[in-house]
Design a protein around this ligand. Structure first.
Ligand SMILES: Cc1cc2nc3c(=O)[nH]c(=O)nc-3n(C[C@H](O)[C@H](O)[C@H](O)COP(=O)(O)O)c2cc1C
Length: 170
């Protein structure tokens, strides 16, 4: 039985998703490291994606029974995102794996990451501009484009309904 939501957030998106899940599932949400001992129950782990890696998952899975992982990134979620993320992060099939688009705020990043992302967003913007020549951007692509060109932005939505439905069947 899922007893809590644990989140690892640098700039607030994972915290917001954890709070959304908490509201819909009536489960407590705790920042990673702030959670009380979780006895006889599982957790949902919500964390941000850094270069494809769900930050903290490899450690957390050794310490807590993780029922599902919510991987939050600024990229648009595509059909292949979950399979790719699951494999990259070695998340077994018995654990739920969900990809969510988060926001971005370059000004809230520590300096080394700020510098990395200053370069990275230029690439992201170029790729989306190229894509836009052929097909209009969808809502998530448009949101990523705003993040990449302005240094900050919100996802297309903060929708957790897929995860809520999964938990109710779990
Ligand atoms: C160094 C760095 C690497 C990132 N790599 C990725 C990535 O590979 N894929 C992705 O979708 N988002 C990537 N992001 C964006 C964050 O995952 C995204 O902004 C997320 O919403 C942050 O969550 P938070 O607000 O809870 O910290 C990266 C961000 C940083 C700072």
């Amino acid at each position: 039985m899922i007893k809590a939501i644990i989140y690892n957030s640098q700039t607030g998106s994972c915290k917001r998703y954890a709070e959304e899940l908490s509201r819909f599932l009536a489960l407590p949400a705790y920042a990673l490291g702030q959670q009380p001992a979780i006895k006889d129950g599982e957790v949902i782990y919500v964390s941000w994606v850094m270069a494809g890696t769900v930050v903290g998952y490899s450690k957390v899975k050794k310490q807590l029974p993780v029922a599902a992982v919510c991987a939050v990134g600024m990229a648009p979620v595509t059909e292949g995102s979950a399979a790719f993320g699951r494999e990259k992060n070695q998340v077994p099939g018995s654990v739920g794996y969900f990809c969510l688009q988060g926001g971005f705020n370059i000004n809230k990043l520590p300096l080394p990451m700020n510098l990395i992302m200053r370069l990275k967003v230029k690439d992201i913007a170029k790729k989306l501009e190229f894509k836009r020549l052929k097909t209009p951007l969808n809502a998530q692509e448009q949101a990523t484009y705003v993040m990449a060109t302005t240094g900050r932005g919100e996802p297309a939505s903060w929708d957790v309904s897929e995860i809520v439905a999964w938990v109710k069947q779990h």
